[in-house]
Every structure is written in structure tokens, then in C-alpha cells.
Design a protein around this ligand. Structure first.
Ligand code: PEP
Ligand code: MG
Length: 320
């Protein structure tokens, strides 16, 4: 199967009834970026920039970051999109040179965009580096952990200010949907944000109020839980009302059982780990959009993730 998938890897992922789904990759460094074209990745839906900041004593400066983002953009070539996520630390990912005061609940504390908005020097250097690197490819930027319009606007304003100062063309700027707040108000965010990328790992932990790192909860933390699916549906309808696209970059996008549900919910782009990209594309090609829409409807009416999985298994042949 793997050989067949790889042979077809360069072809688009189109359903039997001619619906195209973009299949892109999640990456965490330059080396992974180089592997994306070979597996048929149509771009990068999530570059986790934490690697640039981890395991060092001081923050990387603007020039150093520019060189790294440029190298990644060049590895992808001029036609593949590169969605760069701004720094997402805090929560379970602390940094020695960005100390956060003691927090009773770090996952509900100063993390993602909340943290970078409080460290404008670090945020500004990263935003400038992303903007400077944007001439090397098809670069977009997104903010993690957005919960309020005020956070989005503050981030977007900083981008616009630096863009004007640098005198470079505008690039698409979007938000990650990882909180119920962002999903429920997606229609309002979509008036201003260029795109959405659903981070199902965090969206699931916050919706179910179950820590994604707690091994005892692991069997229950299922991103196919209908409550999460309702939030994805809401995100898609809010986005599409304003002509914005929606990707999924959480682990759910690489779960072959979830693919028919996500396609049926109208998700435009699936971003999976590099080695899984060919299998996700192959899975899309076995599907029909009309059947997936019915699957999604049934999944939204299910009572838990296990029932959603049963519905998919009954309706769609498993990839062997
Ligand atoms: C997510 O939360 O689904 C996501 C893609 O971000 P991370 O896993 O890096 O928190
Ligand atoms: Mg996340």
C-alpha cells in the first residue's frame, strides 16, 4: 500500500465526486521541510516555530529567525504555502528566558498569543522575521491560542505596523481555533482574519476540560467527540460565510477515521505529520463528498467519539 500511495503522492487529493482537499504537512524544522515535496505535501499548514526558541539561553534575534524561515520557504518552493505559527510556549512548554510567574493552571494561563502580546520585543522580532522571509515563498502567518477579538486585533495591528515599516507586501494572517471562544465567534473573526486552522489537540482538551498530557485521561480525550465536531462545523460555516478557508492542523487531520468526517464538515485543508501525508491523500481519493456530508451529519448527532468512530467504520471501507 505504501508504495502505491507514494507513487500517487504528487497527484492532488480529489474525491470521487471531484471535490478537492488540500493536503499539507505539519513540520517543526528545516530538515522536515525538505521532506514535504517528496511525500506530495501541497505545502505546510503548521510550522511550529518553538524549535527556534527552545534549548537556548536567550531569544533568537530577527536576522537569525529570518534566515531559518527563508530556508524553509525555499525548501518548499514558490508554489507551496507555508503557514508559520508565531511562538506557542507557556502551558506545558516553558522557556528559561521568558519566565512566567507561578500559575495554578498553566494550560489556562499565559500561553500562546497571550504570552507574546506581553513580550512585545520577542513578538515583534518574530513577526518582522516572518515578513522579511515572505519574499522567499508563499508565506502566511497565524497566531496560536486566540480566545478574544482583542488578542487577534492586537496581533494583527502589530503585523500591520511592522509590515508598513519594512515596506513589504501584505501576507495572509489567520488564527488557530483552539478555544471554544474562537470557534463560537468564528463568523466575527472571519470578517477580519484571512483563514482559520483548527488545532484539535487543544480544542479537544479545552472543550472536554481534559488535560491532553494526562495518560489516565488519554482514552477519553477523543477529538472525534461530537462536541468538538460541532465547534468545527461552526468554524467552517463562519469562515465560509466570508470566503475564508479552514484547515485542521491538530492530530485529527492525520487520523484516517476522521478524514471523512472533516471532509464532510467542509474543511478545506488537512495538515498532517509528514509521513502520514500520502495516506491522507489516498484516503480522500476513496471518498465522495456527498457521502462524507451524510457521515458528518450522523457524527454530529452521535453521543460520543466511540459512536462517531463506529459510524465512520460502517459507512466507509477502511484503507487496508
Ligand atoms: C493543536 O493544539 O491541535 C495544535 C496543532 O497545536 P499544538 O499541538 O502545537 O499545541
Ligand atoms: Mg495547540
Amino acid at each position: 500500500r505504501r508504495a502505491t500511495e507514494l507513487a500517487a503522492a504528487g497527484q492532488p487529493a480529489t474525491t470521487r465526486d471531484a471535490h478537492r482537499v488540500e493536503v499539507v504537512a505539519n513540520i517543526g524544522d528545516v530538515e522536515e521541510a525538505r521532506r514535504v515535496p517528496g511525500v506530495g505535501g501541497e505545502g505546510v499548514g503548521l510550522l511550529r516555530t518553538e524549535f527556534v526558541f527552545m534549548e537556548r539561553r536567550t531569544a533568537p534575534d530577527e536576522d537569525e529567525q529570518t534566515r531559518i524561515y527563508e530556508a524553509i520557504a525555499r525548501a518548499l518552493g514558490p508554489d507551496r504555502i507555508l503557514v508559520i505559527r508565531t511562538l506557542d510556549v507557556g502551558g506545558d512548554k516553558p522557556l528559561p528566558y521568558m519566565p512566567i510567574g507561578a500559575e495554578a493552571n498553566p494550560f489556562l494561563g499565559e500561553r500562546g498569543i497571550r504570552l507574546t502580546l506581553n513580550r512585545p520585543d520577542v513578538f515583534r522580532a518574530q513577526v518582522r522575521a516572518i515578513l522579511r522571509a515572505s519574499s522567499a515563498g508563499r508565506v502566511a502567518m497565524m497566531f496560536p491560542m486566540v480566545a478574544t477579538m482583542a488578542e487577534w486585533r492586537a496581533g494583527k495591528e502589530l503585523v500591520e505596523r511592522e509590515r508598513a515599516a519594512l515596506g513589504v507586501p501584505a501576507i495572509p494572517v489567520g488564527i488557530m481555533v483552539e478555544t471554544a471562544a474562537a470557534a463560537l465567534l468564528a463568523e466575527r473573526f472571519a470578517r477580519e482574519a484571512d483563514f482559520f486552522s483548527v488545532g484539535t489537540n487543544d480544542l479537544t482538551q479545552y472543550t472536554l476540560a481534559m488535560d491532553r498530557t494526562n495518560p489516565r485521561l488519554a482514552p477519553q480525550v477523543d477529538a472525534l467527540h461530537p462536541s468538538v465536531l460541532h465547534l468545527i462545523e461552526r468554524t467552517v460555516s463562519g469562515a465560509h460565510a466570508h470566503g475564508r478557508w479552514v484547515g485542521v492542523c491538530g492530530a485529527l487531520a492525520g487520523d484516517l477515521t476522521a478524514v471523512p468526517v472533516l471532509v464532510g464538515l467542509g474543511v478545506d485543508e488537512l495538515s498532517a505529520d509528514v509521513p502520514i501525508v500520502p495516506a491522507v491523500k489516498a484516503r480522500v481519493r476513496t471518498l465522495s463528498l456527498a457521502e462524507c456530508q451524510e457521515t458528518a451529519r450522523l457524527a454530529l448527532g452521535a453521543q460520543d467519539g466511540a459512536e462517531v468512530r463506529r459510524i465512520v467504520e460502517e459507512r466507509h471501507a477502511q484503507v487496508q
